[in-house]
Design a binder for this molecule. Structure first.
Ligand SMILES: Cc1cc2nc3c(=O)[nH]c(=O)nc-3n(C[C@H](O)[C@H](O)[C@H](O)COP(=O)(O)OP(=O)(O)OC[C@H]3O[C@@H](n4cnc5c(N)ncnc54)[C@H](O)[C@@H]3O)c2cc1C
Length: 435
């Protein structure tokens, strides 16, 4: 007998699992499919899971500020039985260095002010008090190691920073996706792992289900593409690429894990830092380690990947470049010879803003293009996708009259057309992981 569901969700990453949770709560009989053996073991597992509030657009800031509250209230949000093993949100604050390139963060502060999202301006002395191991020499623009000027201060100094004190990170992103899926199951959601989707079925001009690699068909009137870095392949299977002005592509990333310098407990006293002057961000990591990611500076080539299953999972000289860039800021940093960290893929969109939308094929939806910056938004994206599917399946024309969606914690209404697949490229974006 052919298995059926009200809605098939392709992908059990943090966003796919959040959609399953929100839709099953709303009464949909959902079936989540993932080719991996375990829930949450796609790009979510390699995420830095930083929960910050500053974005380059007003809508991006509102969504992230709303998103923070679900991590803060994680246990209440899920409603799992007491004693369940839950991912934990650790509040550390997020310090962002001011620079000419980010307009000294005037726009970011204005958005936060308008949304009542708390922040503090820091002087260079304040930065040193919080991070005594930091040098405040300016090195911009970020450079490659083979540039003779690498590591040479440019004579200026970091003029100050802005601290968003409520920011933090989630200690185990794969577990957070598993938490969401466990919570979805309480509402009747089903999940099948080891199930690779190879075809999107269609009938009478709308989606009809999926075919798996073993030829099994599963039928459903709604299919949602939440395949992370595999999203463009699934969109191509559905034949929905043509009317999209925004497209998605897998982009390879390396994240460095190094021990904190002796004498400073970075795990306890450190903070998340976004530092465009050296093209790096960092956050505390368990075991008094520091995790260092790239802010995609212009001098680095983008390592686009054709196949989200087959890419180089070894560290390259990009690892060393990122570690050495951070070493400019922290001169006492020791860089071990054994490289540790993460190699993973972003699902980067044309303007580094995600797509949460319907498609040209009735019944087929997409939540993709998360561009390295949507982990934090998974719960609210799940809620918005559940509302969007109900809106469209109820007969509304979301392309013409986009869903107006309420962000319950912060009391703001947003136009979800901001995330349309057909939007013009958003030039307010940073065109980087910063969104
Ligand atoms: C290195 C790195 C650091 C990041 N840091 C942050 C951060 O600090 N803060 C932040 O907010 N965001 C961050 N992100 C982004 C965030 O992690 C992602 O946006 C988020 O995890 C994406 O979740 P997802 O559910 O969309 O996709 P994924 O977790 O990738 O899940 C997609 C799933 O789809 C499955 N799939 C794909 N194709 C098929 C198919 N044909 N059939 C069946 N299953 C399929 C895959 O197996 C996978 O499990 C980071 C991302 C990376 C890679």
């Amino acid at each position: 007998m052919v298995q059926t569901a009200d809605a098939i969700i392709i992908g059990t990453g943090v966003i796919g699992a959040a959609i399953a949770f929100e839709m099953s709560k709303a009464g949909w009989k959902t079936l989540s499919l993932d080719r991996n053996a375990q829930v949450g073991h796609g790009s979510t597992a390699g995420s830095c899971a930083i929960i910050r509030m500053h974005y380059s657009t007003f809508d991006g800031t509102a969504f992230a500020w709303e998103g923070y509250h679900y991590w803060r209230d994680w246990a209440d949000y899920l409603g799992l039985p007491a004693g369940s093993d839950l991912a934990r949100f650790r509040q550390t604050g997020c310090m962002v260095m001011k620079s000419e390139a980010n307009g000294f963060l005037e726009r970011h502060m204005a958005f936060s002010r308008e949304l009542d999202c708390p922040f503090d301006e820091l002087s260079p002395e304040d930065i040193k008090r919080r991070l005594p191991l930091y040098s405040l020499d300016s090195f911009s623009p970020p450079r490659r190691l083979d540039d003779p000027a690498f590591g040479q201060p440019n004579g200026a100094a970091i003029p100050g920073a802005v601290m968003w004190p409520l920011a933090g990170y989630v200690n185990d992103p794969a577990l957070s996706a598993q938490n969401l899926m466990a919570a979805a199951r309480l509402h009747g959601a089903q999940v099948r792992t080891g199930a690779e989707v190879v075809e999107i079925l269609q009938s009478a001009g709308r989606v009809a289900g999926v075919r798996l690699a073993d030829r099994e068909e599963i039928h459903a009137p709604v299919v949602i593409n939440v395949a992370g870095p595999g999203s463009s392949i699934i969109n191509a299977m559905a034949g929905v690429l043509e009317d999209m002005t925004i497209t998605t592509r897998p982009l390879r990333q390396e994240v460095v894990h190094v021990p904190a310098p002796q004498g400073f407990d970075f795990e306890r006293d450190g903070t998340i830092v976004s530092d465009g002057d050296i093209g790096c961000y960092c956050r505390p990591e368990q075991g008094n380690h520091i995790l260092i990611g790239s802010e995609d500076p212009d001098c680095d080539d983008h390592d686009w990947v054709a196949d989200d299953m087959a890419f180089n999972r070894e560290f390259t000289d990009q690892w060393t470049t990122q570690a050495m860039r951070y070493g400019q800021r922290v001169p006492s940093l020791g860089i071990p010879s054994r490289k540790r960290g993460v190699v993973e893929l972003y699902d980067a969109s044309t303007d580094w803003i995600p797509i949460y939308d319907k498609s040209a094929l009735p019944g087929f939806y997409m939540a993709c293009g998360s561009s390295g910056n949507q982990y934090k938004n998974a719960p609210i994206a799940g809620k918005m996708m559940a509302a969007l599917v109900a809106y469209c399946e109820g007969g509304a024309d979301h392309d013409r009259d986009p869903l107006q969606f309420d962000l319950p914690y912060i009391g703001q209404r947003i136009d979800s057309g901001f995330y349309s697949r057909k939007r013009p490229v958003n030039h307010e974006s940073s065109f980087s992981v910063l969104g």
